[in-house]
Design a protein around this ligand. Structure first.
Ligand SMILES: Nc1ncnc2c1ncn2[C@@H]1O[C@H](COP(=O)(O)OP(=O)(O)O)[C@@H](O)[C@H]1O
Ligand SMILES: [Mg+2]
Length: 332
């Protein structure tokens, strides 16, 4: 599945094309305005930044914004992956080695081990770590003063965070999907960084098929460039772009075969829904996480899928896109 390319390739593309500062970070105007105020206030008061939580779909710019903020504040940033924080010792050594005023970025913070999250409560609140030494009646707690740091959490699933954790963030921001104009600007920037020549119409075509998501735009741009190199003159023209899209199985809405399969499964096996996530996962062979984090958010965003208390329902818009009429649905 195209949206799920191997993580190593992902990281390479992400790092070369990641915006470093405010000006390069396209779109998300509301988020940027609000952050500006928080950053300026912290700077003026000469304080460390509040703890901030960012949530939203994969590839929308959560990691990037944390780095941009570090750059704007002129402070260091240490990043770690939520699932890697398993034991009290893991977080204790990271926290105590942070520089005063610096940022600790925890990616996928909904997957941090429960015992570690509990340690974060006091660390976030009053910059102390309450460590329990020993076991049973001999157990003692030890308090460790920490440097003033700012925790930045990123998550695709904010509802999975325990309430006391969520409440300790000074502000919570949702990353939104990008409009076509912003996507075009991102693609233009990336193609100039990668020295890719492209016609304007092709730019729009890629923007429209990138699921309103910068990471996907960058990936798609690279794939289309391969077609321009091998099947064309090197320049990305609309014809080359169409050739690439059809070879990759990406349609005008940016849907891939796996998306269409999921919609078709709901239509044919579950009469268009509602269908629960478990049933959907087992009949499509996708895992629940992938459906929730990758496939579904965009389908909801473009109104092809609706979430009801009883499960997912395919909308009329999706039937039209797939060119399936109501009668065909009954036969299926
Ligand atoms: N606002 C933006 N402007 C330009 N490029 C962006 C923006 N947000 C994300 N990107 C691009 O998309 C890639 C993925 O973004 P990232 O911050 O890693 O997403 P997330 O952490 O939300 O999964 C980045 O490397 C960058 O190239
Ligand atoms: Mg990220």
């Amino acid at each position: 599945m195209f949206v799920k390319t191997p993580p190593t390739e992902d990281r390479e593309i992400d790092n070369t094309l990641r915006p470093r500062n405010w000006e390069e970070y396209v779109g998300q105007q509301k988020l940027k305005n609000n952050l500006r105020v928080i950053i300026d206030a912290a700077k003026q008061r000469n304080e460390s930044l509040e703890h901030l939580l960012f949530y939203g779909g994969s590839g929308l710019g959560k990691t990037t914004i944390a780095h941009v903020i570090a750059h704007e504040m002129g402070v260091g940033i240490r990043t770690c992956a939520g699932p890697a924080l398993e034991k009290a010792g893991d977080i204790a050594s990271i926290l105590s080695n942070l520089e005063e005023g610096s940022i600790l970025f925890i990616d996928e913070c909904h997957r941090v081990n429960k015992s570690v999250v509990e340690l974060l409560y006091s660390a976030m609140e009053d910059y102390t770590l309450h460590l329990v030494m020993g076991k049973g009646p001999m157990a003692r707690t030890m308090e460790l003063a920490l440097p003033r740091f700012s925790l930045m959490g990123a998550t695709t699933r904010p509802s999975l965070l325990p309430a006391p954790f969520r409440n300790r963030f000074g502000a919570v921001f949702q990353l939104e999907f990008y409009n076509t104009k912003d996507m075009e600007q991102i693609i233009r920037r990336s193609s100039s960084l990668l020295n890719i020549e492209m016609l304007k119409e092709a730019e729009t075509a890629i923007a429209e098929r990138s699921r309103q998501t910068p990471r996907i735009a960058n990936r798609l741009l690279k794939r289309v460039r391969d077609f321009a190199t091998t099947k064309g003159s090197g320049t990305i023209t609309p014809d080359i772009a169409s050739l690439a899209f059809s070879s990759l199985g990406i349609d005008e809405m940016g849907l891939e075969q796996s998306d269409r399969n999921m919609l078709l499964t709901i239509i044919t096996r579950f009469k268009g829904g509602p269908v629960g996530i478990q049933a959907l996962a087992s009949s499509t062979g996708e895992d629940v996480e992938t459906i929730l984090d990758v496939t579904e958010p965009y389908l909801l965003q473009i109104g092809f899928l609706e979430r009801t208390p009883r499960g997912r329902v395919v909308t009329r818009k999706a039937y039209e896109h797939l060119k399936i009429s109501g009668t065909q649905q009954m036969i299926a």
